[in-house]
Design a protein around this ligand. Structure first.
Ligand SMILES: Nc1ncnc2c1ncn2[C@@H]1O[C@H](COP(=O)(O)OP(=O)(O)OP(=O)(O)O)[C@@H](O)[C@H]1O
Length: 236
């Protein structure tokens, strides 16, 4: 059974349609990539799954149950987590406070969860007392990932984690996500424009174009970034 099934999803901003037809599925433990140009509907797809965008048709089924009518918080409690585009960490809170804000209140002691995050993201350790807004873009992305993981999501939705980030930290993010995928049973849906990053991490990759997501990029093409570009129409 798929962990996540997105079926015939449509969404609009007011009267302007953003998603025309989104159909894909994700199995437990997979890393699934969604590749597309600017404005094609990647962010809207993830925000619809998380419950921030109201869908007008179709269904999102998680662990066999429809998420229809559930709030963002209810979806988070079911095990969904979103790392939004642009990181959205709290700039005036310290790194430690940002991490604490990601831990479900009143549940477990915070310290072991923070220690676990620091072992996965060692670069954050020496930054614990620094304000989130004083970190580099790459460090903020690591913090945003760690904050999402503090809640132990079953499914993590990642919105363009490489956007505006220097190559050395992109490699670090990629290595960390690979390690996470290998050592835990987390499932990841990743939307990106960065071909190398997405093909390096994903078990399967879908293409999104003009609000339509229903084509999986053939596996043999994934090894060849030029073939992927051609499939997507990135080069002519
Ligand atoms: N808040 C909004 N109000 C109105 N239209 C929006 C809003 N957010 C997105 N759109 C429109 O919906 C469409 C899909 O946008 P979306 O942000 O999902 O694309 P994207 O693939 O994530 O793009 P990018 O890579 O630039 O983030 C675009 O035409 C965009 O202009």
């Amino acid at each position: 059974m798929s962990l996540l099934e997105v079926k015939g999803l449509k969404a609009s901003y007011g009267v302007v349609p953003a998603l025309h037809q989104v159909d894909f599925n994700v199995n437990a433990g997979e890393v699934v990539g969604i590749l597309g140009h600017n404005g094609m509907g990647k962010t809207t797809t993830l925000r619809s799954i998380m419950g921030f965008v109201k869908v007008t048709d179709g269904d999102i089924v998680f662990e066999g149950q429809s998420l229809k009518g559930l709030s963002v918080n209810a979806r988070a409690r079911r095990g969904l987590g979103l790392v939004p585009q642009g990181r959205m960490i709290f700039p005036t809170l310290t790194v430690r406070e940002n991490l604490e804000s990601g831990i479900a209140t009143g549940k477990q002691p915070m310290e072991p969860i923070i220690d676990e995050m620091l072992s996965l993201f060692p670069r954050l350790e020496r930054l614990l007392d620094r304000a989130g807004g004083a970190l580099s873009g790459g460090e903020q992305q690591l913090l945003a990932l760690a904050r999402c993981l503090c809640r132990k999501p079953k499914l993590m939705l990642l919105d363009e984690p490489t956007e505006g980030i220097q190559p050395s930290i992109i490699d670090e993010i990629s290595d960390t996500l690979k390690q996470l995928a290998k050592t835990t049973d987390i499932t990841i849906v990743l939307v990106e424009q960065n071909l190398d990053f997405i093909t390096g991490l994903s078990d399967r990759v879908y293409a999104i174009s003009n609000g339509v997501l229903d084509r999986q990029i053939p596996e043999e093409q994934l090894k060849d970034s030029r073939a992927v570009s051609e499939f997507m129409g990135f080069v002519t």
